[in-house]
Design a protein around this ligand. Structure first.
Ligand code: GLC
Length: 598
């Protein structure tokens, strides 16, 4: 299988967000499974500065786009079994930042056109071109456009992955010809038109052979107005080719056993190092050095969809609990101001850093006890998986990938790997934070087992890569993979590669109802976990990271303390359920405004 992966950012070359982590890890994971993989990226200034000496100049050509005729250089690098290509044009890419420029449309139209133009120059003619987000959304469109004239473009199948549907690449349709070199028919027939705008992502979704969202729950949420930023109709229209493959994390890079970035290493079997990491975190951030006070942490962009309004509403109630709070991130002024002000009210108990700081973020993952992500929406989310890997138990709202990776703690049967709440409600969030804090303080043995389960989840890219290969196989009609460990996938006819199914009608749903799409469970024989969403109530979702034993009750008979815990926890759970039932007044959000991605 020959795959060309097109992305506007990838670790370690350039990064503004989660897309870079995915694009840095998935291609090597595909290569490890036997696929031939090349990745193509723009040659940004920062890539040239840091990696220039390692790049090999391949060739150059000229790219025609509308009336423009622009130079394009091609550089390459071999790494992790993958060929990384970089497209060079200094006018477009020798800039201080990746995105957020007035001519982003022109820059990424050039990039997408150049990818198609340079297809002959790559080491293979791809069977699948896999694009990501709006920046490479024009690629499937150009391939269709060129395919009208030349057969060979029609042989290429396309996949588009949506990492965040908020960013769609919207332009005045008037510029279709001038900026993108496309006939006005692309807007007139509606393929690229949404709400009067030319919409690059919509065009890609309609043109691609498969569309993927970065978690099963997000794939279903995208059919609902609350999450889809006006694209719900388009997503419903393409539901027969819609998939939801959960992202993974780099399990080697994020390994508390070996990570050299943290003070002391530790593992589920030997947790002493985590206590040292906690003390170090408290020292670094000016929190009181109290080993028995749970440290709740947030590492997040400080923007609205991360659920920060909930925290603003109940921060003082949170701080009445016996806990400490550490916040790391940058973002909107109003949140930065709020957190700065709040930290002054709780010296020694609350600490904030308005910064993007890798070292401190690792110290937080390793040293904190609880990791808070109350997101309004979260396509996949990687931080909760990293936190779990380091034994920092997540508290999340049940949306997108958060719902698919975190199963709520049920102490009475030793199940779950974190805490979660369904409604976008500060009261509900406070309730689970309280539950988590008191579980930590009053029932350390139960909390320790919860922590163990969180740490032993499988968030590896190998799992996700297998799911992607099944999608590629489905659209190319090939049989793949052929490895024995994935034999079951071969037995499934290509057509059954499990697109995400229609959720319950969404028009009138509230966010509270939305995160639990009604999907028929697929019989055990046929399932391949990461693609299919499963009903929230019945089974652990696709990314099920909890190991088999985790869902079974603990083998040893519970101690007296545990029994007490179980009874208390069970009654708490019952109360919580009752409370959740009563709550129907979740807030309804509105689709956000257009924003640039950086
Ligand atoms: C975007 C999403 C995030 C996801 C990442 C990688 O940044 O907001 O949830 O994990 O892309 O797919």
């Amino acid at each position: 299988m020959k795959i060309l992966y097109v992305t506007s950012e990838a670790v370690p070359f350039c990064k503004t967000g989660g897309l870079a982590d995915v694009a840095g890890s998935l291609p090597p994971a595909l290569a490890e499974q036997g696929a031939e993989v090349a990745v193509v990226l723009p040659l940004y200034e920062r890539v040239r500065d840091r990696f220039g000496s390692q790049l090999k100049f391949e060739c150059y050509d000229y790219v025609d786009l509308a009336w423009r005729h622009n130079y394009c250089g091609l550089f390459s690098m071999e790494k992790d079994g993958v060929t990384w290509y970089f497209l060079d044009n200094e006018q477009y890419f020798s800039r201080g930042t990746l995105y957020g420029q007035a001519d982003d449309g022109e820059r990424f139209a050039f990039f997408s056109r150049a990818v198609v133009r340079m297809l002959d120059r790559f080491k293979f003619w791809p069977e699948v071109v896999h694009c990501n987000d709006w920046q490479s959304a024009l690629v499937p469109i150009y391939l269709k456009d060129d395919g009208v004239r030349e057969d060979r473009y029609r042989s290429i199948k396309t996949v588009v992955t949506i990492h965040n549907i908020e960013y769609q690449g919207r332009y005045n349709p008037y510029v279709l010809g001038e900026l993108f070199g496309l006939d006005a028919g692309w807007a007139k027939d509606g393929t690229m038109l949404l709400d009067g705008d030319a919409n690059l992502l919509k065009g890609a979704i309609l043109c691609a052979d498969a569309v993927n969202a970065v978690s099963p729950t997000y794939a279903n949420e995208l059919k609902m107005p609350y999450f889809a930023h006006r694209m719900e109709g388009v997503m419903r229209q393409c539901s027969d080719k819609l998939y939801g493959v959960l992202n993974g994390i780099d399990m080697k890079l994020y390994d508390p056993r070996t990570d050299g970035r943290i003070l002391k290493n530790f593992s589920p079997e030997e947790m002493a190092g985590k206590d040292d990491c906690k003390a170090e975190l408290q020292r670094m951030t000016g929190l009181r050095e109290e080993p028995h006070t749970p440290v709740v942490a947030m590492v997040s962009r400080l923007v609205s969809h991360k659920g920060l309004d909930l925290i603003c509403e109940v921060l003082h109630d949170m701080m009445e609990l016996p806990m400490q709070l550490v916040v790391l991130g940058t973002g909107d002024q109003r949140y930065e101001d709020f957190f700065r002000w709040a930290a002054q009210q709780y010296p020694g108990r609350m600490s904030v850093r308005m910064d993007y700081n890798e070292d401190l973020s690792m110290a937080i993952y390793a040293g904190a006890d609880l990791f808070l992500m109350p997101s309004k929406s979260e396509p996949c989310g990687l931080s909760q998986m990293i936190a779990m890997r380091y034994g920092t138990v997540p508290i999340v709202r049940e949306t997108g990938g958060l719902k698919d990776t975190v199963q709520p703690c049920e102490s009475w049967r030793d199940a779950g790997n974190g805490f979660s709440f369904a409604n976008y409600s500060s009261g509900d969030m406070l309730h689970v934070i309280r539950e988590a804090v008191y579980l930590y303080k009053d029932y350390p043995d139960v909390f320790a087992r919860l922590r163990q389960r969180a740490m032993s989840g499988d968030f590896s890219w190998a799992r996700s890569a297998r799911e992607y290969l099944r999608i590629y196989a489905t659209i190319t009609g090939q049989t793949w993979p052929i490895h024995s460990d994935t034999r079951r996938a071969v037995e499934i006819p290509a057509g059954e590669a499990a697109p995400v199914e229609e959720p319950a009608p969404a028009e009138e749903t509230t966010p509270a109802e939305e995160p639990a799409p009604v999907v028929e469970p697929v019989p055990a024989e046929e399932t391949t976990p990461a693609v299919e969403p499963v009903p929230a109530e019945e089974a652990a979702p696709a990314g099920e990271p909890v190991p088999a034993e985790a869902s079974a009750p603990a083998e040893e008979p519970p101690s007296k303390k545990t029994r007490k815990t179980s009874a208390k926890a069970a009654s708490k759970t019952a109360k919580a359920e009752k409370k959740t039932e009563k709550k129907t007044s979740a807030k309804k959000g509105t689709a956000g405004k257009k924003k640039s991605a950086e």
